[in-house]
Design a protein around this ligand. Structure first.
Ligand code: 5GP
Ligand code: ZN
Length: 114
């Protein structure tokens, strides 16, 4: 989508530190990590947020979780533990309106989040 930061990353117009890629998703390191491991997993098709998900996206969203599992194993945090978070809307702190899944690990994560 024109003007979308994450679409620009997918198109290669803005560089990223790629962690994983397939036909459906791209995963890359967050530019401002909140934990020793902080990866963003995004669909290649633009979707604004959870509020815009439709039935046809169910396979994609399920796929993203299996990608999270693979990345966590590859980065060595499968056993120590990690968190997968999607912020939806202003009160959740969503700043980029291209749906994304934060994969956070490598330290003890507080709960509940702020
Ligand atoms: P949100 O606040 O929308 O849930 O998360 C957006 C995330 O995107 C933030 O953690 C922020 O650090 C990250 N981010 C913003 N701009 C860029 C960028 O240009 N490159 C990368 N790799 N991450 C970004
Ligand atoms: Zn986008």
């Amino acid at each position: 989508m024109e003007g979308c930061l994450f679409c620009s990353i997918i198109e290669g117009k803005i560089p990223c530190e790629k962690v994983y890629e397939d036909e459906m998703v791209l995963a890359f390191k967050d530019i401002n990590p909140e934990a020793p491991i902080h990866v963003l997993i995004i669909p290649k098709k633009h979707i604004n947020s959870i509020n815009d998900l439709e039935d046809k996206h169910e396979n994609l969203i399920g796929h993203i979780y299996t990608v999270c599992k693979k990345i966590a194993a590859e980065l060595g945090i499968a056993e120590s533990g990690y968190r997968v978070v999607t912020n939806c809307g202003a009160n959740a702190g969503q700043t980029v309106y291209h749906i994304h899944f934060h994969l956070l690990g490598g330290r003890n994560l507080n709960w509940p989040p702020g």
